[in-house]
Design a protein around this ligand. Structure first.
Ligand code: ASP
Length: 343
């Protein structure tokens, strides 16, 4: 029997991959999607059906807003039954935030949603954009022997590596190796062939269950990075303002913060009405508030452990849970559960 051609939808949001130099002012500006495809004729060598949609306007990913995540989730859900996989071209600056957000917004995913982009525009002679796009497309089309998607997850493909979206963080502003997944192994590596790390890939509990899309997001989250010399005034502005329902504390090492009385008092006060989530400011590793007295004091003051969540994933998880739940207690309970392989 002849195998059905894989069909993929490319969604172009913007980013360096599709930018070119404006000769007038010397800055990189986005250009049209059809021009990107002209730059990558290799895509035509795959026996896939490739369709593309482009955002209008296309944007530098520093302008990404939750409304764009909602639009992306909406496109994936409307086109879900028409395609075998989705490739999202996106700027690198906020790609890890967007991939984290989509991972929470799309529940029960049975098809790949692969983010990719590049450090050099696709038209530049040494571009990394072609390799990234071509491999992302191949991975999005890959099936296992049962005909199921090989990687039914929201992922990032960059510099020969496929990593889980909600585990990934931007590592470098100028190296081709722009992303890392410090606490979880790559889901695939592209060399001469693409090697899939099958035991690390999440599969849906039921391949036939419908995709559930959670579009509601509550963005009332602040981030407080603890640092030596932090003052009561700075902490108070972020923890006690009326504009936040939750605050992510980016703490030292395994989840530690100052043990000064004023600091613990204000944490305890804020934890009475808000959700305080502890993530480490270290590149890798995890929060464990039972190791040091300073961490334990935070735990006893009502701070929730974010385990090994990245800050990007912590933010996305809070937006998602708070958007869907009115009760802070329930949000706190689910924060400690692994919902999409994020911890
Ligand atoms: N500023 C660009 C963006 O995030 C950077 C990139 O794509 O690499 O859209």
């Amino acid at each position: 029997m002849k195998e059905k051609k894989a069909s993929l939808l490319l969604i172009y949001t913007g980013g360096t991959i599709g930018m070119k130099m404006d000769p007038e002012n010397g800055t990189l500006c986005p250009f049209d999607f059809s021009q990107i495809l002209d730059e990558v004729p290799e895509l035509g060598k795959f026996a896939y059906k490739l369709d593309a949609v482009s955002f209008d306007p296309i944007i530098d990913s520093s302008d990404i807003e939750p409304a764009i995540w909602q639009e992306l989730a909406d496109i994936v859900s409307r086109k879900y039954n028409d395609y075998d996989g989705f490739v999202i071209l996106h700027g690198t600056d906020t790609m890890a935030y967007s991939a984290s957000a989509l991972s929470f917004m799309l529940e029960g995913l049975a098809k790949p949603v692969i983010f990719t982009g590049s450090q050099l525009p696709v038209g530049a002679p040494r571009t990394d954009g072609k390799e990234n796009l071509i491999s992302a497309v191949e991975i999005a089309a890959a099936k296992d022997e049962d005909g199921h998607a090989r990687v039914p997850e929201v992922c990032i493909f960059f510099n020969n590596r496929l990593t889980r979206g909600n585990r990934t963080t931007k590592l470098s502003s100028d190296e081709f190796r722009a992303f890392a997944s410090p606490n979880y192994p790559p889901l695939a590596e592209a060399g001469i062939s693409i090697k899939y790390n099958d035991s690390a890939i999440r599969k849906p509990s039921d391949w036939n269950s419908a995709l559930e899309v959670h579009e509601k997001l509550d963005t009332r989250v602040g981030i407080l990075k603890i640092h030596p010399g932090i003052t009561l005034e700075v902490v108070g502005d972020i923890l006690c303002g009326s504009s936040t329902r939750a605050v992510i504390l980016e703490t030292y090492g395994s989840g530690n913060a100052p043990s000064k009385q004023w600091f613990l008092d204000i944490i305890r006060k804020a934890a009475g009405s808000k959700i305080l989530l502890n993530v480490t400011q270290c590149f890798s590793g995890s929060v464990n508030m039972d190791i040091y007295a300073n961490g334990k004091a935070l735990k006893e003051s009502g701070v929730i452990s974010g385990g090994d969540l990245t800050t990007e994933s912590a933010l996305a998880k809070l937006f998602h849970l708070m958007g869907n739940l009115g009760d802070n207690k329930e949000v706190k309970r689910l924060l400690t559960e692994n919902l999409r392989g994020e911890m």
